[in-house]
Design a protein around this ligand. Structure first.
Ligand SMILES: Cc1cc2nc3c(=O)[nH]c(=O)nc-3n(C[C@H](O)[C@H](O)[C@H](O)COP(=O)(O)O)c2cc1C
Length: 206
């Protein structure tokens, strides 16, 4: 029986223990397809992925060189390096903006200042560009993580990692930044703790 989005959101949690079962090429493609279809600012799609499945590489991710020794990472079936392509972000944003403008998809005020907006983005310092790109990459990953749940897989976002070491080991292009890494596999968890969440009253301003 297929799972609805509501059920996938309810079931999703960070999985840090996995069965010794590799992902198939088909599964990896399905996950990437979910990410690829996410929305992005001016349709810039700055997300880039490198999917690591080699056993020696996966083992390396559990070391201090890669992840401050988050050793559970060595049990993942795959590690997705979730990257942002800062080099092509502005050009791709601009192309989409002109497409919207020329086809009257977005018209009027938002488009009046579009050249200035793109020029500002182009001139932005790297960290600002990284922030804008990372926002889009994170959205794509949310889609990927929910699709993983629907496929009976689990994932965990990992923000503690050594970007320079990972970039060097996997030949990540200089114009890309790694936003985070995602551990993915078939869950095999001894315990699943209830998720703690703030109440609606705490997060909604009335
Ligand atoms: C930006 C970000 C960074 C994270 N970094 C790590 C990490 O380095 N290691 C880890 O085990 N979990 C990491 N997590 C997972 C969170 O701990 C987890 O999402 C949070 O505790 C809520 O639990 P849940 O995902 O099970 O709902 C990260 C999550 C996010 C969104």
């Amino acid at each position: 029986m297929s799972m609805g989005v509501k059920e996938a959101i309810a079931a999703r949690h960070s999985v840090r223990a996995f069965a010794r079962k590799p992902l198939t090429e088909g599964q990896i493609t399905e996950l990437l397809e979910a990410a690829r279809n996410a929305p992005s600012s001016l349709n810039s799609q700055p997300w880039r992925f490198r999917v690591v499945t080699d056993a020696a590489d996966i083992a390396w991710f559990g070391t201090s060189e890669a992840s401050r020794k988050q050793s559970w990472l060595s049990g993942a079936a795959a590690i997705f390096l979730c990257c942002a392509d800062l080099e092509h972000y502005v050009k791709d944003s601009q192309a989409a903006a002109f497409f919207y403008r020329d086809n009257d998809i977005i018209t009027g005020e938002p488009m009046d200042g579009i050249d200035a907006y793109v020029a500002r983005e182009a001139a932005a310092v790297e960290q600002a560009k990284f922030g804008a790109c990372a926002m889009n990459v994170a959205l794509a990953e949310a889609f990927l993580m929910l699709r993983a749940v629907e496929m009976g897989l689990g994932a965990c976002w990992v923000g503690m990692f050594d970007e320079a070491n990972i970039k060097a080991r996997f030949g990540i292009p200089a114009g890309w930044r790694i936003v985070n890494i995602l551990a993915v596999g078939t869950p095999d968890e001894p315990t699943v703790y209830p998720r703690k969440r703030k109440s609606l009253e705490e997060i909604v301003l009335k």
